[in-house]
Design a binder for this molecule. Structure first.
Ligand code: GTP
Ligand code: MG
Length: 431
């Protein structure tokens, strides 16, 4: 649509809708019911991330929360780095289907160097956001039946030391707080006394505030739950006890941990905050956690990612965002960058060729010089050999001359000695 058409449309748009009363029942008051029915048919997904050191009671608490036994294996204490292990289960309560994913941060806190312990967790959360973003950006998207794996809540298990938070806890929570709803819980709360627990809770909250860690606050804007949520916010961090064991208390079987000195009942609010956690996490705020994940954490990820890719809501002159214009601008930028790179490569190639040519010429010159040098040496040698040969020839000639003279003398001498006896014989005969 041309820009002028758009302007005309926006000018003609009625700014004030008129109020009309209906003559009778029309039926759109069933919209909320339609929405509920559609959601129920579609089913829900809820993803919990459990972060806490090995053996702190993560799996036991999950089993206690959902009143079932999820198949989990114990983690070893010798993991080289933190590893995220997601497991998905299909649960049903009444006619509501829930696809529950529990993600365990296996090996958390077990490494000697814990500087990077938070990184695999952050990367995992980002990867789930990225998958969702990619699905959203597809031409043919199917968000309706997309299995949303974005983490809706992170249960951060605090070790019940009674002292203060470890720096690993603070660093990890700080790194996660802009990416996920964090609910801090004090694990194995049966190992800490009542008065110590009270002080411990105050200390933890103080440390979180002074380090600027944002934890999830139960929402107080909906009147129906504002009061209970406000009360529960004051109870954070929840001190929980987990157990799937059933113990007989009075004439009732309850989930509890039995010790020689007594029984800790999981669902007794005087014993621990398990009920409060279940109430807040599952029964009251599950939808808010899902919504906050989408509207706050995912939105932030999406905005940063799109800005990184060069998209903006408005340009410098406050013009509204246009996908086509941004795309064109990006494409031009990309093409000119490509051209620049091509030219750079070409120039580099030419320079390289020139350099190689020079090197070759230099080598050729060196070779030529070497050849000339060798030639000179060869000629010199040849001349010397020639001279030697000539000298030898002269010597040979001289020797031959001397030899011939000697032979002549010898033959003369021989001739002379052979003549002497003959003469003596002749002389004797004469006498
Ligand atoms: P990994 O998955 O191996 O990291 O362990 P985990 O954090 O899942 O702990 P798990 O639930 O396997 O519990 C470890 C041990 O702690 C078991 O012996 C549990 O019985 C015990 N445990 C779990 N919850 C509690 C609790 O609330 N209080 C006490 N005292 N012990 C608990
Ligand atoms: Mg476990």
């Amino acid at each position: 649509m041309a820009a002028t058409d758009l302007e005309r449309f926006s000018q003609n748009a009625d700014p004030e809708p008129r109020n009309l009363s209906l003559g009778g029942h029309v039926g759109f008051d069933s919209l909320p019911d339609q929405l509920v029915s559609k959601s129920v048919t579609q089913g829900f997904s809820f993803n919990i991330l459990c972060v806490g050191e090995t053996g702190i009671g993560k799996s036991t608490l999950m089993n206690t929360l959902f009143n079932t036994t999820f198949e989990t294996e114990e983690a070893s204490h010798h993991e080289e780095c933190v590893r995220l292990r997601p497991q998905t289960y299909d649960l049903q309560e009444s006619n509501v289907q829930l696809k529950l994913t529990i993600v365990d941060a296996v090996g958390f806190g077990d490494q000697i160097n814990k500087d990077e312990s938070y990184r695999p967790i952050v990367d995992y959360i980002d990867a789930q956001f990225e998958n969702y973003l990619q699905e959203e950006l597809k031409i043919r998207r199917s968000l309706f039946d997309y299995h949303d794996t974005r983490i809706h809540v992170c249960l951060y298990f605090i070790t019940p030391t009674g002292h203060s938070l470890k720096s690993l806890d603070l660093v990890t929570m700080k790194k996660l707080d802009s990416k996920v709803n964090i609910i801090p819980i004090i694990a194995k709360a049966d190992t800490i006394s009542k008065s110590e627990l009270h002080k411990f809770k105050i200390k933890i909250m103080g440390e979180l505030v002074s380090n600027g860690v944002q934890i999830y606050q139960f929402p107080t804007d909906d009147e129906a739950v504002a009061e209970i949520n406000a009360v529960m916010n004051a109870h954070l961090p929840f001190a929980v006890v987990g157990s799937t064991e059933e113990v007989k208390v009075g004439n009732k079987l309850v989930r509890a941990r039995q010790y020689p000195w007594g029984v800790v009942q999981v669902e007794n609010e005087n014993h621990c905050d398990f009920v409060k956690l279940r109430e807040m996490l599952i029964r009251v705020n599950m939808e808010d956690l899902r919504e906050q994940t989408h509207s706050r954490h995912y939105e932030l990820y999406r905005r940063c990612k799109l800005e990184e890719m060069g998209f903006q809501d408005s340009d410098g002159d406050s013009q509204p965002f246009s996908l086509q214009e941004t795309y064109e601008a990006k494409r031009k930028e990309f093409l000119s960058e490509l051209q620049r790179k091509e030219e750079e490569m070409r120039q580099m190639f030419v320079n390289k060729v020139k350099e190689t040519e020079l090197e070759l010429k230099e080598k050729e010159r060196e070779l030529h010089e070497k050849f000339e040098h060798l030639k000179r040496i060869h000629q010199e040698e040849k001349r010397k050999v020639e001279e030697k040969r000539r000298e030898l020839e002269e010597e040979t000639n001289a020797f031959n001359c001397r030899k011939a003279a000697m032979e002549a003398l010898q033959s003369q001498a021989l001739h002379a000695t052979s003549q002497q006896p003959l003469r003596k014989d002749k002389d004797k005969k004469k006498s």
